[in-house]
Design a protein around this ligand. Sequence first.
Ligand SMILES: Nc1nc2c(ncn2[C@@H]2O[C@H](COP(=O)(O)OP(=O)(O)OP(=O)(O)O)[C@@H](O)[C@H]2O)c(=O)[nH]1
Ligand SMILES: [Mg+2]
Ligand SMILES: [Zn+2]
Length: 315
Amino acid sequence: MIKGLIVRSTGSWYDVKLADNTQVQCRMIGKFRLEGKKLTNPVAVGDYVYVEREAGQDTAVIKEIIDRKNYVIRQSPRKKHFMHIIASNMDQAMLMVTIRSPKLKQGFIDRFLLMTEPYDIPVYILFNKCDVYNEEDILIYNHLKNIYEDIGYNCLLVSSLEKKGLNDVAEILKSKTTLLSGQSGVGKSSLINALYPGTSLRTKELSDFTGKGQHTTTFAEMFEVDQGTRIIDTPGIKTLSYNHLEVEDVAHNFKEFFDASSGCKFDNCQHRNEPKCAVKHKIETGEISILRYQNYLQIIEEIEDQNYWELNTEY
Ligand SMILES: Nc1nc2c(ncn2[C@@H]2O[C@H](COP(=O)(O)OP(=O)(O)OP(=O)(O)O)[C@@H](O)[C@H]2O)c(=O)[nH]1
Ligand SMILES: [Mg+2]
Ligand SMILES: [Zn+2]
């Protein structure tokens, strides 16, 4: 069997890069589960696999997935009871957002961090399109930067269009495998094109005055832009629902809540109406952000109200 790396996944076919840098198209046979959950995609970009060539053909079959060091997984936006692996085996993630076009959705950043936190994947938050920010937008940026840098996520102000702040981004990417993710239309593919003009990814004008991006990137794809520097471009995220989780999972993965929770009176404190809750105390003193807390409450309320998903395809 030959070892390879999944660099592109289109649903039923996978592009696998082999040690000699050639690529082979592979299929996967059989059904796979992860942590007892059904998956829409058994193999993800970033997976190392063993493949076997198919006799008399150019294609190969994936026989085995090598254990993942980490992965980022979400509930499938179309099939509620299925999970979808966005990518695996990354060194870090870049979450791209923008304050303008498309407007940053309240809670989006915190929902994203809930996917990377279980594996402690370092996350950089890139605020793109700074070329169109007005003074108020810059104030919003500074406010969010304070909140997120305080809990360990570096924030950067960039413009893929005007190539602002890109040297710092290139420095962060160097010699690492990075997942690039965010809402549709924020400029993920544009960033890769701006950094590495050779890649020429498809990007698109924003669809219309609603400011909502249309999905231009439809499949996750890994680009080796330089020896050892790999970026995984992914399709835009529309919704992130968490009703497959338990309330405790959410509480454990809001990291500053988790750190504070050793001071709560109850071991299983959900930081709501319980007495002597250290998290609520820290919110009162301003040590924990009220914005994070509101987003936390909304997620756990959705989990408790399992009908939420049916009623609201967009949170
Ligand atoms: N003003 C401004 N526009 C930008 C910037 N970066 C990207 N855009 C524009 O934003 C639009 C969407 O860019 P894409 O790179 O396709 O966005 P994406 O995040 O890859 O979108 P999906 O593939 O759908 O997830 C395009 O019209 C880009 O030209 C920027 O820094 N400033
Ligand atoms: Mg794209
Ligand atoms: Zn508590």
